[in-house]
Design a protein around this ligand. Structure first.
Ligand code: SF4
Length: 438
Protein backbone atom coordinates (compact mmCIF):
# COMPACT_ATOMS: atom_id res chain seq x y z
CA UNK A 1 0.00 0.00 0.00
CA UNK A 2 1.41 3.43 -0.91
CA UNK A 3 1.58 6.26 1.57
CA UNK A 4 -1.32 7.95 -0.26
CA UNK A 5 -3.42 4.84 0.34
CA UNK A 6 -2.46 4.88 4.02
CA UNK A 7 -3.57 8.51 4.31
CA UNK A 8 -6.96 7.48 2.94
CA UNK A 9 -7.15 4.61 5.41
CA UNK A 10 -7.01 7.10 8.30
CA UNK A 11 -8.89 10.16 7.03
CA UNK A 12 -9.45 11.56 10.53
CA UNK A 13 -5.72 11.63 11.34
CA UNK A 14 -3.30 14.26 10.07
CA UNK A 15 -1.16 12.83 7.21
CA UNK A 16 2.08 13.67 9.01
CA UNK A 17 1.03 11.46 11.92
CA UNK A 18 0.35 8.59 9.53
CA UNK A 19 3.68 9.14 7.78
CA UNK A 20 5.70 9.48 10.97
CA UNK A 21 4.08 6.46 12.62
CA UNK A 22 4.70 4.34 9.54
CA UNK A 23 8.33 5.45 9.17
CA UNK A 24 8.96 4.73 12.86
CA UNK A 25 7.24 1.36 12.46
CA UNK A 26 9.22 0.21 9.43
CA UNK A 27 12.42 2.22 9.82
CA UNK A 28 14.17 3.53 6.74
CA UNK A 29 17.12 3.06 4.42
CA UNK A 30 19.65 5.79 3.70
CA UNK A 31 20.72 6.19 0.09
CA UNK A 32 24.40 6.34 -0.91
CA UNK A 33 23.85 9.93 -2.06
CA UNK A 34 22.41 10.91 1.31
CA UNK A 35 25.22 9.13 3.17
CA UNK A 36 27.85 10.90 1.05
CA UNK A 37 26.29 14.22 1.96
CA UNK A 38 26.26 13.29 5.66
CA UNK A 39 29.92 12.23 5.42
CA UNK A 40 30.75 15.66 4.05
CA UNK A 41 28.97 17.53 6.83
CA UNK A 42 29.81 18.07 10.47
CA UNK A 43 26.94 20.27 11.65
CA UNK A 44 24.24 17.67 12.42
CA UNK A 45 23.17 15.97 15.65
CA UNK A 46 24.38 12.44 14.85
CA UNK A 47 23.23 9.17 16.31
CA UNK A 48 25.70 7.71 18.79
CA UNK A 49 26.35 7.17 22.49
CA UNK A 50 22.62 6.79 23.09
CA UNK A 51 21.08 4.19 25.38
CA UNK A 52 19.30 1.95 22.84
CA UNK A 53 20.14 1.37 19.18
CA UNK A 54 16.64 1.61 17.61
CA UNK A 55 18.10 -0.25 14.61
CA UNK A 56 16.71 -3.42 13.06
CA UNK A 57 20.09 -4.53 11.71
CA UNK A 58 23.62 -3.48 12.68
CA UNK A 59 23.41 -0.81 15.40
CA UNK A 60 24.66 2.51 14.13
CA UNK A 61 27.52 4.32 15.89
CA UNK A 62 28.62 7.92 16.11
CA UNK A 63 31.21 7.42 13.39
CA UNK A 64 28.54 6.16 10.98
CA UNK A 65 27.28 9.75 10.69
CA UNK A 66 23.57 8.99 10.69
CA UNK A 67 21.41 11.85 12.00
CA UNK A 68 19.51 11.28 15.23
CA UNK A 69 16.33 12.30 13.50
CA UNK A 70 14.89 14.68 10.94
CA UNK A 71 12.06 17.18 10.71
CA UNK A 72 9.36 17.27 8.09
CA UNK A 73 9.00 20.65 6.41
CA UNK A 74 6.44 21.85 8.98
CA UNK A 75 8.73 20.92 11.90
CA UNK A 76 7.28 17.50 12.78
CA UNK A 77 10.21 15.57 14.36
CA UNK A 78 10.89 11.95 13.32
CA UNK A 79 13.49 9.60 14.79
CA UNK A 80 15.74 7.77 12.32
CA UNK A 81 15.60 3.99 12.83
CA UNK A 82 17.58 2.11 10.22
CA UNK A 83 16.21 -1.02 8.55
CA UNK A 84 17.83 -2.38 5.37
CA UNK A 85 14.49 -3.94 4.40
CA UNK A 86 12.35 -0.84 4.79
CA UNK A 87 10.38 0.37 1.76
CA UNK A 88 11.21 3.96 2.70
CA UNK A 89 14.35 5.76 1.57
CA UNK A 90 15.99 8.89 2.92
CA UNK A 91 17.56 10.38 -0.19
CA UNK A 92 19.51 13.45 -1.30
CA UNK A 93 18.51 14.82 -4.71
CA UNK A 94 19.54 18.11 -6.33
CA UNK A 95 20.89 19.47 -3.08
CA UNK A 96 17.83 18.58 -0.99
CA UNK A 97 16.90 15.76 1.36
CA UNK A 98 13.65 13.90 0.76
CA UNK A 99 11.80 10.72 1.68
CA UNK A 100 10.64 8.37 -1.04
CA UNK A 101 9.05 5.01 -1.66
CA UNK A 102 9.64 3.17 -4.93
CA UNK A 103 10.80 6.41 -6.52
CA UNK A 104 7.66 8.31 -5.41
CA UNK A 105 8.39 11.32 -3.20
CA UNK A 106 6.69 11.11 0.20
CA UNK A 107 8.15 14.22 1.84
CA UNK A 108 10.41 17.11 0.84
CA UNK A 109 11.96 19.98 2.75
CA UNK A 110 13.51 17.65 5.31
CA UNK A 111 16.00 19.17 7.72
CA UNK A 112 18.09 18.07 10.73
CA UNK A 113 18.88 19.19 14.25
CA UNK A 114 22.16 21.05 14.82
CA UNK A 115 25.17 19.35 16.37
CA UNK A 116 25.40 20.43 20.03
CA UNK A 117 28.37 22.67 20.71
CA UNK A 118 29.73 20.37 23.43
CA UNK A 119 30.07 17.45 20.96
CA UNK A 120 33.66 18.39 20.04
CA UNK A 121 34.78 18.86 23.67
CA UNK A 122 36.76 16.39 25.79
CA UNK A 123 37.72 16.11 29.44
CA UNK A 124 41.45 16.15 30.22
CA UNK A 125 41.31 12.37 30.74
CA UNK A 126 40.18 12.02 27.13
CA UNK A 127 36.48 11.27 27.67
CA UNK A 128 34.43 13.09 25.03
CA UNK A 129 31.49 15.06 26.47
CA UNK A 130 28.89 13.45 24.14
CA UNK A 131 29.70 10.12 25.77
CA UNK A 132 28.14 11.57 28.92
CA UNK A 133 25.52 14.03 27.65
CA UNK A 134 23.74 13.47 24.36
CA UNK A 135 21.55 15.88 22.46
CA UNK A 136 18.10 14.51 21.83
CA UNK A 137 15.79 15.96 19.25
CA UNK A 138 16.77 19.59 18.86
CA UNK A 139 16.07 20.89 22.31
CA UNK A 140 16.89 18.61 25.20
CA UNK A 141 19.62 16.48 26.72
CA UNK A 142 19.81 12.82 27.57
CA UNK A 143 22.06 11.08 30.09
CA UNK A 144 22.46 7.35 30.70
CA UNK A 145 24.12 7.12 34.11
CA UNK A 146 24.39 3.35 33.93
CA UNK A 147 24.54 1.53 30.59
CA UNK A 148 24.66 -1.92 32.07
CA UNK A 149 21.39 -3.46 33.25
CA UNK A 150 21.97 -6.38 35.62
CA UNK A 151 18.65 -8.02 34.73
CA UNK A 152 20.59 -9.40 31.74
CA UNK A 153 22.89 -11.36 34.10
CA UNK A 154 20.13 -13.87 34.75
CA UNK A 155 18.38 -13.62 31.37
CA UNK A 156 15.58 -11.58 32.96
CA UNK A 157 15.88 -8.50 30.77
CA UNK A 158 12.82 -6.98 29.12
CA UNK A 159 12.36 -8.81 25.83
CA UNK A 160 12.17 -5.69 23.64
CA UNK A 161 15.32 -4.08 25.13
CA UNK A 162 18.85 -4.08 23.65
CA UNK A 163 20.71 -1.95 26.23
CA UNK A 164 23.48 -4.45 27.12
CA UNK A 165 23.81 -5.83 23.59
CA UNK A 166 24.12 -2.29 22.27
CA UNK A 167 26.65 -1.39 24.94
CA UNK A 168 28.75 -4.41 23.95
CA UNK A 169 28.49 -3.42 20.29
CA UNK A 170 29.57 0.11 21.15
CA UNK A 171 32.57 -1.25 23.07
CA UNK A 172 33.70 -3.48 20.23
CA UNK A 173 32.73 -1.34 17.24
CA UNK A 174 34.49 1.96 17.42
CA UNK A 175 32.87 3.75 20.36
CA UNK A 176 35.68 2.59 22.63
CA UNK A 177 35.32 5.75 24.72
CA UNK A 178 31.94 4.67 25.98
CA UNK A 179 31.64 4.61 29.80
CA UNK A 180 29.44 2.04 31.54
CA UNK A 181 28.78 3.84 34.81
CA UNK A 182 29.29 7.55 35.29
CA UNK A 183 30.97 9.02 38.35
CA UNK A 184 29.07 11.82 40.12
CA UNK A 185 31.52 14.67 39.51
CA UNK A 186 32.20 13.83 35.87
CA UNK A 187 28.51 13.63 35.18
CA UNK A 188 27.66 16.88 36.94
CA UNK A 189 30.56 18.72 35.30
CA UNK A 190 29.59 17.50 31.83
CA UNK A 191 25.98 18.57 32.24
CA UNK A 192 26.98 22.00 33.51
CA UNK A 193 29.29 22.54 30.54
CA UNK A 194 26.63 21.35 28.08
CA UNK A 195 24.08 23.74 29.55
CA UNK A 196 26.51 26.63 29.44
CA UNK A 197 27.90 26.15 25.94
CA UNK A 198 24.68 25.37 24.07
CA UNK A 199 21.49 27.00 25.32
CA UNK A 200 19.52 25.44 22.44
CA UNK A 201 19.54 22.08 24.23
CA UNK A 202 18.80 23.22 27.76
CA UNK A 203 15.02 22.94 27.62
CA UNK A 204 15.13 19.78 29.75
CA UNK A 205 17.22 16.76 30.70
CA UNK A 206 16.13 13.13 30.73
CA UNK A 207 18.20 10.85 32.97
CA UNK A 208 18.09 7.08 32.84
CA UNK A 209 20.05 3.93 33.69
CA UNK A 210 19.77 0.17 33.98
CA UNK A 211 18.98 -1.89 37.05
CA UNK A 212 21.59 -2.60 39.77
CA UNK A 213 20.62 -5.76 41.64
CA UNK A 214 23.14 -5.92 44.48
CA UNK A 215 25.67 -3.22 45.20
CA UNK A 216 28.03 -1.34 42.95
CA UNK A 217 31.17 -0.10 44.76
CA UNK A 218 29.28 -0.39 48.04
CA UNK A 219 26.20 1.49 46.85
CA UNK A 220 22.69 0.13 46.39
CA UNK A 221 20.88 1.11 43.22
CA UNK A 222 19.06 3.91 45.03
CA UNK A 223 22.25 5.23 46.66
CA UNK A 224 24.07 5.02 43.34
CA UNK A 225 21.48 7.12 41.54
CA UNK A 226 20.82 9.56 44.41
CA UNK A 227 24.53 10.33 44.75
CA UNK A 228 24.65 11.25 41.07
CA UNK A 229 21.47 13.34 41.15
CA UNK A 230 22.73 15.13 44.27
CA UNK A 231 26.04 15.85 42.52
CA UNK A 232 24.12 17.45 39.65
CA UNK A 233 22.00 19.52 42.02
CA UNK A 234 25.07 20.77 43.86
CA UNK A 235 26.86 21.63 40.63
CA UNK A 236 23.94 23.37 38.90
CA UNK A 237 22.49 24.99 42.05
CA UNK A 238 19.12 25.04 40.28
CA UNK A 239 17.76 22.11 38.30
CA UNK A 240 16.68 22.68 34.75
CA UNK A 241 13.43 20.76 34.02
CA UNK A 242 14.33 17.14 34.58
CA UNK A 243 12.90 13.65 34.62
CA UNK A 244 14.47 10.44 35.90
CA UNK A 245 13.72 6.82 34.99
CA UNK A 246 13.98 4.28 37.80
CA UNK A 247 12.19 1.24 39.26
CA UNK A 248 9.35 2.31 41.54
CA UNK A 249 10.54 2.74 45.13
CA UNK A 250 8.88 2.25 48.49
CA UNK A 251 7.94 5.42 50.37
CA UNK A 252 11.35 5.81 51.94
CA UNK A 253 13.01 5.48 48.56
CA UNK A 254 10.66 7.98 46.91
CA UNK A 255 11.35 10.44 49.75
CA UNK A 256 15.10 10.11 49.25
CA UNK A 257 14.74 10.65 45.52
CA UNK A 258 12.43 13.62 46.02
CA UNK A 259 15.07 15.23 48.20
CA UNK A 260 17.50 15.25 45.27
CA UNK A 261 15.23 17.85 43.67
CA UNK A 262 14.61 15.85 40.49
CA UNK A 263 11.49 17.26 38.84
CA UNK A 264 9.64 14.11 37.88
CA UNK A 265 10.03 10.33 37.72
CA UNK A 266 9.29 7.58 35.22
CA UNK A 267 8.87 4.10 36.74
CA UNK A 268 8.40 2.47 33.34
CA UNK A 269 5.66 -0.18 33.28
CA UNK A 270 6.21 -1.00 29.56
CA UNK A 271 3.12 -3.22 29.06
CA UNK A 272 -0.18 -3.29 30.94
CA UNK A 273 -1.65 -6.79 30.61
CA UNK A 274 -0.83 -8.89 33.69
CA UNK A 275 0.36 -12.02 31.87
CA UNK A 276 2.22 -10.09 29.21
CA UNK A 277 4.03 -8.05 31.87
CA UNK A 278 5.25 -11.32 33.38
CA UNK A 279 6.37 -12.64 29.99
CA UNK A 280 7.86 -9.47 28.49
CA UNK A 281 9.37 -7.97 31.66
CA UNK A 282 10.45 -11.04 33.66
CA UNK A 283 13.03 -9.17 35.73
CA UNK A 284 10.62 -6.42 36.76
CA UNK A 285 8.04 -9.07 37.51
CA UNK A 286 10.38 -11.09 39.75
CA UNK A 287 12.06 -8.15 41.41
CA UNK A 288 9.01 -6.07 42.33
CA UNK A 289 5.95 -7.65 40.73
CA UNK A 290 3.23 -5.99 38.68
CA UNK A 291 0.81 -5.13 41.49
CA UNK A 292 3.50 -3.63 43.67
CA UNK A 293 4.96 -1.81 40.65
CA UNK A 294 1.62 -0.15 39.99
CA UNK A 295 0.94 0.56 43.69
CA UNK A 296 4.31 2.32 44.10
CA UNK A 297 3.77 4.24 40.87
CA UNK A 298 0.50 5.64 42.22
CA UNK A 299 2.20 6.49 45.53
CA UNK A 300 4.80 8.53 43.66
CA UNK A 301 2.07 11.06 42.83
CA UNK A 302 2.00 11.97 46.55
CA UNK A 303 5.67 12.92 46.29
CA UNK A 304 5.82 14.64 42.87
CA UNK A 305 2.25 15.65 42.16
CA UNK A 306 -0.34 15.05 39.47
CA UNK A 307 1.11 14.59 35.99
CA UNK A 308 4.71 14.42 37.18
CA UNK A 309 4.86 10.63 37.37
CA UNK A 310 5.23 9.43 33.78
CA UNK A 311 5.82 5.69 33.36
CA UNK A 312 6.64 4.61 29.82
CA UNK A 313 4.78 2.04 27.73
CA UNK A 314 6.42 0.41 24.73
CA UNK A 315 3.41 0.41 22.48
CA UNK A 316 3.22 -2.61 20.19
CA UNK A 317 4.92 -5.21 22.38
CA UNK A 318 1.52 -6.42 23.59
CA UNK A 319 1.09 -7.84 20.06
CA UNK A 320 4.34 -9.86 20.20
CA UNK A 321 3.83 -13.58 19.62
CA UNK A 322 3.16 -16.25 20.71
CA UNK A 323 1.59 -14.85 23.91
CA UNK A 324 0.53 -11.36 22.81
CA UNK A 325 -2.79 -10.15 21.42
CA UNK A 326 -3.54 -11.20 17.86
CA UNK A 327 -6.34 -8.74 17.46
CA UNK A 328 -5.71 -4.96 17.17
CA UNK A 329 -8.82 -3.90 19.07
CA UNK A 330 -8.08 -6.26 21.99
CA UNK A 331 -4.52 -4.93 22.22
CA UNK A 332 -5.70 -1.32 22.14
CA UNK A 333 -8.41 -2.04 24.71
CA UNK A 334 -5.96 -3.61 27.16
CA UNK A 335 -3.42 -0.79 26.98
CA UNK A 336 -6.07 1.94 27.03
CA UNK A 337 -7.62 0.40 30.15
CA UNK A 338 -4.26 0.66 31.88
CA UNK A 339 -3.82 4.29 30.83
CA UNK A 340 -7.36 5.10 31.97
CA UNK A 341 -6.66 3.61 35.40
CA UNK A 342 -3.36 5.44 35.79
CA UNK A 343 -4.67 8.82 34.62
CA UNK A 344 -7.63 8.49 36.99
CA UNK A 345 -5.09 8.33 39.80
CA UNK A 346 -3.00 11.29 38.67
CA UNK A 347 -0.30 9.30 36.86
CA UNK A 348 0.32 10.49 33.32
CA UNK A 349 1.75 7.59 31.31
CA UNK A 350 3.79 8.22 28.19
CA UNK A 351 4.77 5.83 25.41
CA UNK A 352 7.38 5.06 22.78
CA UNK A 353 6.65 3.23 19.58
CA UNK A 354 8.27 -0.22 19.67
CA UNK A 355 11.02 -0.87 17.18
CA UNK A 356 12.42 -4.34 16.66
CA UNK A 357 16.09 -4.13 17.59
CA UNK A 358 18.54 -6.77 16.40
CA UNK A 359 20.13 -7.03 19.85
CA UNK A 360 16.89 -7.69 21.74
CA UNK A 361 15.19 -11.00 22.52
CA UNK A 362 12.33 -9.83 20.26
CA UNK A 363 14.67 -9.46 17.25
CA UNK A 364 12.67 -11.92 15.15
CA UNK A 365 9.19 -10.62 15.95
CA UNK A 366 6.82 -9.23 13.34
CA UNK A 367 5.85 -5.58 13.45
CA UNK A 368 2.28 -4.87 14.60
CA UNK A 369 0.12 -3.30 11.88
CA UNK A 370 0.00 0.45 11.36
CA UNK A 371 -3.66 0.39 12.37
CA UNK A 372 -2.68 -0.69 15.88
CA UNK A 373 -0.24 2.20 16.34
CA UNK A 374 -2.73 4.77 15.05
CA UNK A 375 -5.63 3.46 17.13
CA UNK A 376 -3.71 3.13 20.39
CA UNK A 377 -2.36 6.68 20.05
CA UNK A 378 -5.84 7.99 19.35
CA UNK A 379 -7.05 6.21 22.49
CA UNK A 380 -4.25 7.79 24.52
CA UNK A 381 -5.04 11.26 23.22
CA UNK A 382 -8.73 10.95 24.03
CA UNK A 383 -7.93 9.76 27.55
CA UNK A 384 -5.44 12.57 28.04
CA UNK A 385 -8.10 15.09 27.01
CA UNK A 386 -10.71 13.37 29.20
CA UNK A 387 -8.47 13.72 32.27
CA UNK A 388 -7.32 17.19 31.23
CA UNK A 389 -3.59 16.55 31.09
CA UNK A 390 -2.42 19.30 28.77
CA UNK A 391 1.17 19.55 27.60
CA UNK A 392 3.72 20.83 28.38
CA UNK A 393 4.60 18.09 30.82
CA UNK A 394 7.94 16.40 31.56
CA UNK A 395 7.99 14.10 28.55
CA UNK A 396 6.53 16.71 26.22
CA UNK A 397 7.96 20.14 26.91
CA UNK A 398 7.69 21.18 23.30
CA UNK A 399 6.68 19.97 19.90
CA UNK A 400 10.22 18.88 19.11
CA UNK A 401 10.62 16.89 22.26
CA UNK A 402 8.93 13.73 21.12
CA UNK A 403 10.40 12.09 18.07
CA UNK A 404 9.89 8.44 19.14
CA UNK A 405 6.11 8.49 18.76
CA UNK A 406 3.25 10.86 17.92
CA UNK A 407 2.19 11.73 21.47
CA UNK A 408 2.84 15.42 20.94
CA UNK A 409 1.85 15.38 17.26
CA UNK A 410 -1.70 14.37 18.13
CA UNK A 411 -1.85 17.41 20.38
CA UNK A 412 -0.26 19.68 17.78
CA UNK A 413 -2.44 18.68 14.85
CA UNK A 414 -5.70 17.73 16.60
CA UNK A 415 -5.64 19.36 20.05
CA UNK A 416 -6.80 22.72 21.34
CA UNK A 417 -4.29 23.26 24.20
CA UNK A 418 -1.48 25.77 24.38
CA UNK A 419 0.89 23.59 22.30
CA UNK A 420 -1.65 22.85 19.58
CA UNK A 421 -1.41 24.29 16.09
CA UNK A 422 -4.94 25.67 16.40
CA UNK A 423 -4.09 27.64 19.55
CA UNK A 424 -0.77 28.84 18.21
CA UNK A 425 -2.32 30.00 14.92
CA UNK A 426 -5.00 31.90 16.89
CA UNK A 427 -2.36 33.57 19.04
CA UNK A 428 -0.26 34.57 16.03
CA UNK A 429 -3.36 35.96 14.33
CA UNK A 430 -4.29 37.93 17.45
CA UNK A 431 -0.74 39.31 17.65
CA UNK A 432 -0.91 40.53 14.05
CA UNK A 433 -4.16 42.50 14.41
CA UNK A 434 -3.74 46.29 14.50
CA UNK A 435 -3.82 47.84 17.98
CA UNK A 436 -7.35 48.41 19.26
CA UNK A 437 -8.95 45.81 17.00
CA UNK A 438 -10.76 43.13 18.96
S1 SF4 B 1 14.90 -2.65 33.10
FE1 SF4 B 1 14.29 -3.63 31.15
S2 SF4 B 1 14.07 -1.89 29.68
FE2 SF4 B 1 15.23 -1.13 31.46
S3 SF4 B 1 17.37 -1.39 30.88
FE3 SF4 B 1 16.82 -3.24 32.05
S4 SF4 B 1 16.16 -4.72 30.51
FE4 SF4 B 1 16.19 -2.71 29.50
Amino acid sequence: MSMEDLYKQFPDVHPNIVLKTEVLRQGLRISDRAQQEFNRRDDILWRGFHVFSYDSDRPKMYKDKIPMGFHLSDGCPVQIRTNANSPYLLDFVDGHFLLSENGEIMAQGIYFDPKPKWYDMKFENGIPLPVIVQGFSGEYMFITINRYCELWNTGDQCLFCDINAFFKAQMSWEEEDIVARLEPNTLAEALKIAIEVDPRYRLAVVITGGTILGKYRGQTELDFYCSRLNAIREKLQVWIPSTFQIDPQDDEGWKKLRETGIGSVQPNIEVWDRDLFGWICPGKSKLIGRDEWIKRTLRAVDFWGRGLVQPNFVIGVEMAQPHGFKDVSAAVKSTAEGWDFLMRHGVLPRYNQWTIESGSAFARQQRPPLEYFIEVQKAYTELRWKYKFDPPFPSTFSRSAYLLCCLQDFEYYHGTGILSKKKQDEMFAAGRKPAGEA
